[in-house]
Design a protein around this ligand. Sequence first.
Ligand code: 13P
Length: 250
Amino acid sequence: MSRTPIIAGNWKMHNTIAEATALVAALKEAGNKNHAEIIIAPSYTALAVAAHTAKGSEIKIAAQDVHWEDKGAFTSAVSPVQAKDAGATHTIIGHSERRSVFGDTDEILNKKVAAALRHNLTVIFCVGETLEEREANKTLDVIAAQLENGLKGFTAEQLKGLVIAYEPVWAIGTGKTATPEQAQEVHAAIRAQLAKTYGDEFAQATRILYGGSVKDTNVDEIMAKPDVDGALVGGQSLIADKFARIINFN
Ligand code: 13P
């Protein structure tokens, strides 16, 4: 079964409105020889302008996170309704920085997934182990638990279209990339777990992205692995020509 690759850029807390406009405009000219799905996740402040600038292109827009309620007294939070209104079709949920810096627990993430699905936002659900967990040989157990707890209570039908991103915490923003073999091992384990929980058809259709120091210089070998269906890129998604090369991986 062939899965359409996804190349996604997570801009994190970067880019003004002017910078976001310029970057999306540049990416519209980048070409897309693999017919990948291209997704970028700007800050909330630039969501609408990024979506507006992307109009007429293949670039889709993701929120970096959403709150679990549709509206209410939640100072500083942004709801799935608002993200969608600004032009997002996707949302990242469970990024390791949300988990470690902002304290998003499995339980909170589960509620956020529910909120996103309620509004037909495609969820890019992130999982990944710390260095300590990897060295203690707990990688696969940690990821299995993150998937099980974060996605608890949903059927395959509800989760249709779900995207998983495997982002080892020790590889994020460190310049240290998982080897293609390390990525493949975890991706295969994730797919096996999806098959067991939701059935083989669901598992075969689900795109599993790798994230963590993906660069123009290492994307080709990572994308060559059979269970790696795309990349979630941080740092290099901020640089138009680097991200263009990643989109057009070999
Ligand atoms: P870097 O590509 O900067 O390591 O970030 C990865 C990431 O966290 C994407 O969500």
